[in-house]
Design a protein around this ligand. Sequence first.
Ligand code: AHR
Length: 333
Amino acid sequence: MRGTKRFRLARPVAAALGAVLLVGGLAACGNSDTGGAAADDGKITLGFSQVGAESGWRTANTTSVKEAAAAADIELKFDDAQQKQENQIKAIRNFIQQKVDVIAFSPVVESGWDTVLKEAKDADIPVILTDRAVDSADKTLYKTFLGSDFVKEGRLSGEWLLEQTKSATGPVNIVELQGTTGSAPANDRKKGFAEAIAANPNLSIVASQSGDFTRAGGKQVMEQFLKANPKIDVLFAHNDDMGLGALEAITAAGKVPGKDIIIITIDAVRDGMQALADGKFNFIAECSPLLGPQLMDLAKKVHAGETVPPRIETEETTFTQEQAKEALPNRKY
Ligand code: AHR
């Protein structure tokens, strides 16, 4: 851990300071098991600020990170930001104060990170972006990004729809449930999907609103869409959870999901795959949450001062209903 590389405080002083940092840190953060100052046991200490627990994807991602840290013998200081950027900034500052060896975080939104990233850089603590990117112009503020190509996920979703609707002679009305406003997956999936469907002028997005990546949000916004739009042919939801919430609204409105309304989602978590296999969803573009092992590998490398690629993308696929039936028995999350 970093303290050993610099200087040692006399024990009573260190203990008192540790207690102050512990109380201050815990009060500052949303929901954390970050503990006090980084342990002096020779292990790498990784401070990880998670977005929250908004979706099945996120839960699987948290499990992957925790299990991989234990397997790699890395001490993990984990903080759940409850989908609030200010909590993530506090958590990162807390990690800097604790002198962790490496900081990783999944930024809830893309903008507004330069100041805190500069603080980490000034403290000589390498930062890894995981899952979601930031829009900082200064790429030296972090070592690498590990995650998905969200634009591609949106594009694959749009291309599948293009193929399905190529013989349409009239308008195909699409409603879109966006992820968290300002987040990389919401911005990028929207972009990729819009670019793909632009190839057929019959296809148009008639309503688009954020459901914040949650089931409750998906249900509530879909209810509004159904009230305001007499003809909805397609739902494009930026994740499975919003699609699953929307199913309730669609059924309550007397429509048959997967038939009256084509449903396309992203993630491919178990519940989403079950809905696809059951014929309630029509297509899913995969987004893998299993980033833990690669993240631990990167943490070790950046801690050792090794150069790592600036961007590492996860390998992903897509699923139709038939493919979901085949894949479900072996689905890990
Ligand atoms: O950043 C990844 C996205 O965040 C997942 O698609 C979504 O389910 C999650 O909340």
